[in-house]
Design a binder for this molecule. Sequence first.
Ligand SMILES: Cc1ncc(C[n+]2csc(CCOP(=O)(O)OP(=O)(O)O)c2C)c(N)n1
Ligand SMILES: [Mg+2]
Length: 356
Amino acid sequence: MHLNVPFAEPLVPDGAGEVSDGRAGGAPWTQVLPVARQAEPLPLDPAASTLVIAGHGAPDGLLDLPVPVVAEPVASAWPAAVRTGPWLLGVSPRLRPAQVVVAGRPTLHRSVQRLLSDPDVAVHVLADPAGLPWTDVAGSARGIGSLPPLRPDRSWTDRWRAADAAAADVLDKALDDPATPGGLRLARELVAALPRGAQLVLGSSNPVRDVALAAAPRPGLAVLANRGVAGIDGTVSTAVGAALVHDGPTYALLGDLTLLHDTTGLVIGQDEPRPDLTIVVLNDDGGGIFELLEQAPRSTPPRSSGSSAPRTASISAPSAPRPAPGTSPRTWTMSRPRSPPSRGCGSSRCARAGAS
Ligand SMILES: Cc1ncc(C[n+]2csc(CCOP(=O)(O)OP(=O)(O)O)c2C)c(N)n1
Ligand SMILES: [Mg+2]
């Protein structure tokens, strides 16, 4: 980001008391009122089998729709989402919608991309009420507009509800199996255990996907991830910044490389505010996501391939920047914690930035 900010002269405080206290009553100096744009309703068939796909930046107001919603964890519609939506897409023609409305920018799931590329599915895009840009993920959008009232056949929503219940049952049984990848189990347990009003920052790579695939959507949680879900840089700093402005505890779920990439973010200056932040790190010794890519089977052995970016540094390496005093790293192995990782918890590792 590049900011052009003119400095007030002189640059060094002269003690003359010229610095303004700001507007009376703590009001913002310049108030930016929300911009509202009105879009025409999309030409949807109100009775057709309809699915809403919500991704990053999806507008509010999608929590109470009469159609199934498949939402990514950062979408405000996530609490109302079909838990196993990403797993169910494409598994049966009975669950295939005739029309889809895309809200925000979905990026996480191939099953979503395949659905949006299906020429037999009418894809429409929800216009953002604040005029933010819309995304046409698969180049298939037929129109951009607002959501008209929908009245789908009851059997459509019932089918999705029944499929979700069955799939969630299978998923939970699989997650209970200790042989299941720890990241998925950790994601389910962490999301379920966080207190109401908490904020959860998700690292790119597997954490954001693990939450999307394994956690049960729930209200009372503000979920954030860096837009694009690609760059792992600066995520600790993102979590620190997000924690500083959140009214309540913040938790971050990060991969080990993501933590190492930004350990300097843990260094809190002497006079700087201390965030109420607990960082949970899934320590899988490198970039686990690369083993999930299509080309992974061809690299032997997987973790020594160039793409898997194996780590040689240790999370607790003495050379790592020293986090702020009061930061307490702890390690635990995956079991089934039933309570949140004791505000400052920690093969997962936790560090609490900023003790209070
Ligand atoms: C700045 C930056 N460098 C490299 C990458 C490529 N990259 C994407 S995911 C990833 C691995 C992340 O590993 P980790 O944080 O341990 O998460 P895991 O894959 O194990 O879930 C890398 C290196 C990136 N996205 N951004
Ligand atoms: Mg990793």
